[in-house]
Ligand binder design. Structure first.
Ligand code: WTA
Length: 659
């Protein structure tokens, strides 16, 4: 990996704003009633981080107490060593013994408008039943279960059922292709796949089972398929393979709602979640039980100031880490009422989100900058039509939020009443790492502000020198409870990817950031070969492998291009094989090919055919120069190129195409 200068879609705008210092202080009301409103928490947590995290851990339910908070042998951490607990008990059993038993745990709305509300008691019973179904299909502690579902309650139920019996879930986002699903199933050697007949997206049926069937042609580890019917009474036509595929609703009918929870060691695996990195092969990020639960519990409670009266809506799909931590584990451990919506924000019209906020009285709303920028483009009339007065806190995650989008969100959704918490974290960190505490932190549009208490971040130069004020690479210098414990089946890659950038046991995030005089962090985007397209992480080499897999393609290089709504878009430079003619038809075919290989989120926005790609004398493609071309910038240093004419020609061709 060769980190370049921090760059991101809004770097210049952000840096200009650093000087402007627009600051929003928490109101007196917020300060008075916030759960975290004592400014000394930062110092106390810094003085004794283990004691700080242990206070949150003590609020959870353990079947055996831990004997040691942290065992840190860089880069390997064990948290709450010796302790035993179960994630589903902490999300469910704990609450059904209290007056929360009959409060809503999940308020779900399907895209066509169907609705379901599950109380904690309902959810508890269905999770226990589902856990018994899993057992009846031979799933035992430590087995991996792949989950490929639409955003329906059964997705949360399936995850918690796995957790209840100690099986490891691997959720694969429903938008991924058959091939992507197959690779993930095989990497984890999953024995069971839980999928559905279909789901809805923008009025269309997403034929999940059909895609799963294609994946299942090459997944020898799968013994059974548990098939959820998306909607009672309705059945999308599916092929049911005798002996392998089992209808969920049939097995649930006879399943007992009594299922004792498996006591899990704090460091037992809870889940695997695949994410893109700098090589072609996605990484199975491993999270364990105790630390992850403590980290998600604590950050949900403090960053979102979550109280019993709240209605919490995180719009992320559970197929991403944001959904794992802030639709399922964080809010349910806190006993919250969680809103889940299956479909698109503009279906059937562009006020769907605001209609949902109004209908359920959502108080806390957490979404991505891509969505906010789309709302801005659609215009203020859509939120203006709806009663948003229930909202009291807004959150943002997944990409750098440009100050303009932050201000729009604050003004038109929060109506200037609601603090906006910009939260920086990663699949690998498990939970929020840098974010304001709304009752304490001065907010600056565009800045994620300060590390959560107990977290230590640092800006470093490539050489490892700490930068007290200014830009550089974002590092995390001390362990935290929800940190990844490894890459599934690839211990060497885990060390190499995150812990070898510097030689002092410090985690490298892959992000560039700037820290200002007040110690506030301004995130600037990835500095490695990872793109962030509409909040989705995609590795350039993953995209390139998909392109060169096409028989017409000789070579491909992919770069990100600033995009008004998606943050970044995908530009692919492609050389074709001898005798192939590069046509517009071929360009479309290549785009489709990438969609088939990875999924619709990976569709290239632009394909540029090139006679040759710019390479160093040793044959390495110089992406830096291709980025300059795609961004319409003056070319950087070209002296190390084998043939500088290649890039000049490309630039001319590109400009001709753009004009
Ligand atoms: C980016 C999503 C700026 C960042 C939770 C990180 C952000 C990657 C922010 C992780 C933010 C996430 N401001 N950038 N508030 N939040 N990112 O694993 O580049 O899907 O490394 O986790 O998203 O993406 P992931």
């Amino acid at each position: 990996m060769s980190p370049t200068e921090p760059r991101g879609p809004e770097v210049d705008a952000l840096l200009n704003l650093l000087n402007e210092q627009r600051v929003f202080e928490p109101s007196a009301d917020w300060r008075a009633y916030a759960i975290a409103n004592d400014p000394s928490v930062y110092e106390r947590a810094a003085a004794d981080p283990e004691a700080f995290w242990a206070t949150f851990a003590a609020e959870l339910e353990w079947s055996r107490p831990w004997t040691q908070v942290l065992d840190w042998q860089p880069p390997h951490a064990k948290w709450f060593v010796g302790g035993q607990l179960n994630a589903s008990v902490n999300c469910l059993d704990r609450h059904v013994r209290t007056s929360r038993r009959n409060t809503a745990a999940l308020i779900w709305e399907g895209e066509p408008g169907d609705r379901r509300t599950l109380t904690y008691w309902d959810l508890y019973r269905q999770v226990c039943q589902c856990a018994n179904v899993l057992k009846s299909l031979g799933v035992t502690k430590g087995d991996r279960v792949a989950i490929y579902l639409p955003l329906i309650p059964e997705l949360a139920i399936a995850m918690l059922a796995c957790a209840r019996i100690g099986a490891v879930h691997s959720v694969v986002f429903g938008g991924f292709s058959a091939e992507a699903l197959r690779d993930r199933i095989n990497d984890a050697q999953a024995s069971l796949l839980i999928t559905a007949d279909g789901g809805y997206r923008r009025g269309q049926i997403v034929p999940l089972k059909q895609t799963a069937d294609e994946a299942l042609t090459g997944t020898p580890s799968i013994q059974n398929v548990l098939l959820v019917r998306r909607q009672p009474g309705e059945m999308f036509p599916v092929h049911v393979k005798e002996g392998r595929d089992h209808w969920y609703h049939r097995l649930m009918q006879d399943a007992s709602a009594d299922c004792p929870a498996e006591p899990m060691d704090s460091e037992d695996m809870l889940y695997i979640l695949y994410t893109s990195g700098t090589t072609g092969k996605p990484k199975g990020i491993v999270h364990t039980t105790g630390g992850y639960l403590v980290g998600t519990y604590a950050t949900t409670k403090w960053v979102f100031d979550l109280k019993d009266t709240d209605v919490f809506w995180c719009t992320a799909d559970i197929g991403w880490v944001t959904g794992h931590s802030y639709v399922v584990y964080g809010p349910l451990q806190n006993g919250a009422t969680v809103v889940m919506y299956e479909g698109a924000p503009d279906w059937p019209s562009k006020d769907r989100f605001w209609e949902i906020v109004e209908r359920y009285g959502v108080t806390i709303f957490y979404t991505a900058p891509t969505a906010i920028r789309a709302f801005m483009k659609w215009g203020t009339e859509w939120p203006a039509k709806r009663d948003l007065s229930s909202l009291r806190l807004l959150g943002s995650v997944g990409e750098p939020i440009n100050p303009e989008a932050w201000m729009w969100y604050h003004e038109h959704i929060g109506r200037r009443r609601c603090p906006v918490v910009d939260t920086w974290w990663q699949t690998e960190t498990g939970h929020i790492m840098i974010a304001p505490l709304p009752g304490l932190t001065s907010l600056k549009p565009g800045s994620a502000t300060k590390p959560f208490p107990g977290i230590v971040a640092e800006i470093r130069t490539g050489g490892g020198v700490a930068v007290a004020k200014g830009g550089g690479l974002l590092a995390l210098t001390t362990p935290w409870p929800g940190m990844l414990r490894g890459i599934y089946g690839d211990p060497a890659r885990f060390v190499d990817q995150y812990w070898t950038r510097w030689d002092d046991g410090v985690y490298f995030t892959g992000d560039g950031a700037h820290v200002d005089e007040q110690g506030d962090y301004w995130l600037l985007g990835r500095v490695d070969d990872v793109l962030n397209v509409a909040g989705h992480r995609l590795g350039t080499s993953e995209l390139e492998s998909a392109l060169v897999d096409h028989p017409a393609v000789a070579e491909a290089a992919v770069v990100g291009r600033p995009h008004e709504i998606k943050g970044q878009s995908i530009a692919a430079f492609v050389t074709v094989k001898e005798g192939i003619i590069a046509t517009a038809g071929l360009s479309d075919e290549l785009k489709e090919h990438v969609v088939r290989k990875i999924g619709a989120i990976a569709r290239p926005d632009q394909i540029l055919f090139a006679a040759d790609l710019p390479k160093t004398r040793s044959g390495k493609i110089m992406r830096r120069l291709l980025r300059d071309v795609a961004e319409g910038k003056a070319l950087g240093d070209t002296t190390t190129l084998a043939d500088p004419n290649v890039i000049r020609r490309l630039k001319d061709e590109y400009e001709a195409l753009e004009s």
